[in-house]
Design a protein around this ligand. Sequence first.
Ligand code: 7PJ
Length: 262
Amino acid sequence: MGILNVTPDSFSDGGKFLHTDLALQQVEAMINDGATIIDIGGESTRPGAAEVSETDELARVIPLLKAIKENFTVEVSIDTSKAGVMEQAISYGADIINDVRALQNDNCLNVMANTTVPICLMHMQGLPRTMQQAPKYNDLIGDISDFFKQRIDACLTAGIARERLILDPGFGFGKTLSQNYQLLNQLSAFKALGLPILSGTSRKSMIGNLLSCEVTERLAGSLTTAIIAMQQGASIIRVHDVKETVDALNILKATNNYHVLN
Ligand code: 7PJ
């Protein structure tokens, strides 16, 4: 999954792809590099980020979604927590809804129950503005598993089929450095819930803080976390650097499937 950010304040390539032409070039490059899903986010969820109105989010996301669907055959995932954005995005051909608030906002369950697209349910402790202040868990893996079970139940009750759901522990969303690495170490624990896992660590602070490096210097760290996540059973890896990640993951795949190589 290649990340296309259209928020002016997104932390790693903020503002760079605001213009549709530039964004489409970036999409084309990511597809050529091996991305099979493009994730578009119109709301910045970086720690401390301000909220975005539905009107602004729609204005950022819908024209780009339309343009991508007109020009390419690739799955498009929309990173949103707003029912109105979900509804419109699906009407314009969105293939996946990626919700960092796991359909907890008003009307999201309802809107999604009337559709058939897959949904990524992400775990976040707290809210973006304050989530990194003092993350606390009784039992990190157990607490996040309990959250997933509760959200899966809410979806089933609303009439959303279990087969549509994807789970994501939400790296960096209300987790300390140690907790982020525990999640990576034990990611396979969530396989017990029987749903695909999405992992998003690309260029995040868990890499920068560990290695003391800026966002532009986090490629090696990002690739390493991608490999570990896939080895732990993740099905979707959300990244900025598609080409490098695809290369790295192809090496892992070859290693795991050496017997089918010549
Ligand atoms: C994630 C996301 C993630 C999912 C962002 C960033 C912050 N969606 N949206 N998982 N992160 N599903 O890219 O650093 O980890 S925005």
